[in-house]
Design a protein around this ligand. Structure first.
Ligand code: CA
Ligand code: CA
Ligand code: CA
Length: 514
């Protein structure tokens, strides 16, 4: 039995030996095959040698190594090459060296910045990348927009930190003042030396005078004598039959005569509640060489009487009832607008003419000029004569004024426009004057006095001293005589008693009689 067991064990050992021999690779430590780098060592250049032949590890190209090692082939040991892909150089695979490429550092936020790095050689065994974050200190670099326009006294702007430090922002709003617009307010100087000046102040005090309206000077009556301006040498002015005297104060309505060579040429009534502006008035009459007489009065827009010399001894005049400057403005045929041919004595429309000595006396004109009318009088003569007497042919202003405004702060104004639109302020009437507000009387009356001659009186005085009788209460009254009142009452009572007795007698006594 023991021998059988030994036989089985020996068989199993033999079978295992056979299997082990047949399955093991046939790499043998063949003394005739020598590999200097001891097998498949890709990172060392080796040389495989068998007898006289040898083969070195070589780079087939940059990416492929042919690695030599001793191998069994067809039961023979040979040097066999194997393809191995790697970064091949000098007969061996080179160690992979990472080539790190990093982005630039990010903006500094919270004193830290980062970057990304990639291995350009994409080494599988790549070393750890360079530092991907670092500490930093941020310096803001603010860029701000312009301030916005001023709204509700505030303006704003936007600011950006180019370094994105996001630290404390600069101020993004501020208080402001809106741009100043001058508000030109008219003022006028007080009247001095017969003139005053309209000037302007900026009530907004912008201190910007570029658009300030120009000052304007106007005439006025600073010495309150009722006269403005100076007397033309060609004119003699008589007021209430006395020569004009500038040291006098003229008030109320007066008759004014404008004379030439002691002969009245124009007369009119003038109310000196407005000063008479002599600078506005001009008088033109025919020169000595003229064959006809004429008179032109300018600047007196009032109902007036004009005197025209009778040189030709005719009995007709042509009057022109509109502002004229030269005699040539009256047509030679007396057929122009506002022209009236008048037989003297006689009248045409509202204009009348009489002959007084060697003058025509023409009444009813408001504006004005009149000339002796002669059919044969050549126009050329007239024209020639006018040029010798007329000093100006420029535009003549014709001022028309509205009513004064109510008195306010002791001032009142009015608007005056030049109907002729001459574009000049010359001769413009005053448009501002001092005034007193309308006075309201405040009547204070005493007690009624005792009756005298059936009349009683009291005194009432105006504490405001308005100088008017307006609204004054009655100051005298008939007396209702109190002594008469008692007898009248007694008489009425007697009549009532008598009537009562009569009624009693008729209605209460009669039944008893029946
Ligand atoms: Ca080798
Ligand atoms: Ca090798
Ligand atoms: Ca004066």
């Amino acid at each position: 039995m023991k021998k059988i067991w030994w036989g089985v064990i020996a068989g199993i050992v033999l079978i295992a030996l056979f299997i082990s021999i047949s399955s093991k690779p046939k790499i043998l430590s063949n003394p005739s095959c020598m590999d200097s780098d001891l097998g498949k060592n890709y990172f060392e250049k080796g040389e495989c040698a068998i007898g006289d032949t040898n083969a070195s590890d070589v780079c087939f190209n940059e990416t492929m190594l042919v690695e030599q090692s001793c191998e069994v082939f067809n039961e023979e040991t040979v040097c066999m090459g194997e393809q191995h892909f790697c970064n091949c150089s000098e007969g061996k695979c080179q160690e992979c060296v990472s080539s790190w490429n990093c982005t630039s550092w990010s903006a500094c936020i919270n004193n830290s910045q980062t970057r990304n790095c990639t291995d350009l050689n994409n080494c599988s065994n790549s070393s750890s990348p360079p530092a991907l974050s670092q500490s930093c200190s941020c310096l803001s670099n603010w860029t701000c927009s312009d301030w916005s326009s001023c709204v509700n006294s505030t303006q704003t702007r936007n600011c950006t930190d180019l370094n994105n430090c996001s630290s404390i922002y600069p101020s993004l709003n501020q208080s402001c003042s809106p741009p100043c617009s001058p508000n030109w307010t008219l003022r006028n100087s007080s009247c001095a030396n017969e003139s005053y000046i309209n000037y302007y102040i900026d009530s907004n005090n912008c201190n910007n005078l570029t658009a300030m309206p120009l000052n304007q000077t106007f005439v006025c009556d600073s010495d309150n004598n009722g006269i403005i301006g100076t007397l033309n040498e060609d004119m003699e002015i008589y007021i209430s039959s006395q020569p004009l005297n500038l040291s006098k104060n003229y008030t109320s309505i007066k008759t004014i005569e404008i004379k030439q060579d002691d002969m009245a040429k124009v007369t009119f009534a003038y109310d000196f509640s407005q000063p008479l502006n002599l600078d506005n008035i001009s008088l033109t009459t025919q020169p000595s060489s003229s064959s006809i007489g004429y008179t032109i009065i300018f600047g007196v827009n009032k109902n007036k009487t004009i005197y025209v010399d009778r040189i030709k001894n005719t009995t007709q005049v042509c009057a022109k009832n509109s502002e004229i400057n030269t005699i040539s403005e009256i047509s030679s045929s007396c057929s122009g607008s506002n022209e009236y041919l008048i037989n003297c004595p006689g009248s045409n429309s509202t204009i009348s003419c009489i002959i007084s000595g060697n003058q025509f006396e023409i009444t009813g004109l408001t504006n004005s000029g009149a000339k002796e009318f002669s059919v044969s009088s050549p126009t050329s003569t007239t024209t020639t004569t006018t040029t010798s007497t007329t000093t100006t042919t420029s535009c003549i202003s014709s001022w028309s004024c509205e009513a004064w405004t109510p008195c306010s702060s002791n001032q009142q104004t009015r608007i005056c426009i030049d109907i002729s639109s001459c574009g000049t302020q010359e001769g413009k009437p005053v448009t501002s004057q001092s005034c007193s507000p309308p006075c309201s009387p405040n009547w204070v009356c005493s007690e009624w006095g005792s009756c005298s001659n059936k009349n009683k009186i009291r005194t009432c005085t105006d504490s405001n001293n308005c100088g008017t009788q307006e609204g004054q209460p009655e100051t005298s009254q008939d007396c209702k005589d109190a002594n008469l009142l008692i007898p009248i009452v007694i008489l009425i009572m007697i009549i009532v008693v008598i009537t009562a007795i009569i009624v009693y007698l008729i209605y209460f006594k009669n039944p008893r009689d029946q």
